[in-house]
Design a protein around this ligand. Structure first.
Ligand code: CA
Length: 232
């Protein structure tokens, strides 16, 4: 299951794409505005971005350029109504991983999404062959998946299964804001549920164990663990 950002201002098209991705077992968020799409792409934990070229405020090419400039390597599939090959070249040299001209079949887009996700995973596996030995660490917080404990500086703390999953999500996304919905989905496998405060409760548990300042609340957006979180 992958989490995908759909940057598309035409609601109907966005809905079709989201539906196709859901059917293929993925989750997605829609950004209908360029500025918002860029912010989401930079701060959300997305596995892939479906990026329309023609977007309000800033266009897809500018978004792509900004993403790559900030060393964000999330795979991007560009979509556009323009069919000139010049655009294709522009998109691909600008760091897009693939390119799709509108109108396209959603099934074709989904197939390409799967392909890019596989490519990217393989790439990452090759880039980091010693994945198993890679410590789960953010600054002074280091997780031990086998023992299901964390070292916080030189203090060892035990974690419940759910606390560990949440801690792992924060540590592997250190520096990134995670929305409450993303956390719910990744740790509890739940769809957004406006009434549940389970995320807040578990963030509190982790703060008690790691330090009150270890996880920041980013008002209106979610939570973030810094790359070198203050512990205590
Ligand atoms: Ca558009």
């Amino acid at each position: 299951m992958a989490h995908i950002l759909i940057a598309e201002d035409e609601a109907n098209i966005a809905r079709f794409i989201a539906k196709g991705l859901t059917k293929a077992g993925h989750t997605s968020d829609v950004a209908a505005d360029g500025m918002f799409a860029l912010q989401s792409a930079l701060h959300g934990a997305y596995d892939l971005i479906v990026l329309d070229v023609g977007l309000p405020t800033i266009d897809g090419f500018a978004i792509l350029a900004a993403l790559r400039e900030s060393k964000n390597t999330t795979p991007v599939i560009m979509c556009t109504a323009r069919t000139s090959s010049e655009d294709t070249v522009h998109g691909l040299t600008g760091g897009a991983d693939d390119y799709l001209a509108k109108p396209f079949q959603v099934s074709e887009l989904v197939a390409r999404v799967e392909l890019r996700l596989r490519d990217h995973q393989q790439h990452r596996a090759e880039a980091a062959p010693a994945t198993e030995a890679l410590p789960l660490r953010a600054g002074a917080i280091e997780l031990d998946a086998h023992a299901r404990t964390a070292m916080v500086g030189d203090r060892r703390v035990d974690l419940s299964a759910r606390e560990f999953m949440l801690a792992e999500l924060f540590v592997t996304h250190a520096g990134t804001v995670l929305s409450r919905d993303q956390i719910l989905e990744r740790v509890w496998g739940l769809d957004s549920d406006g009434r549940s405060n389970v995320v807040e409760v578990y963030v509190r548990y982790l703060r008690q164990k790691f330090g009150a300042e270890s996880i920041e609340t980013v008002r209106g957006l979610g939570y973030r663990m810094l790359q070198d979180p203050p512990v205590g």
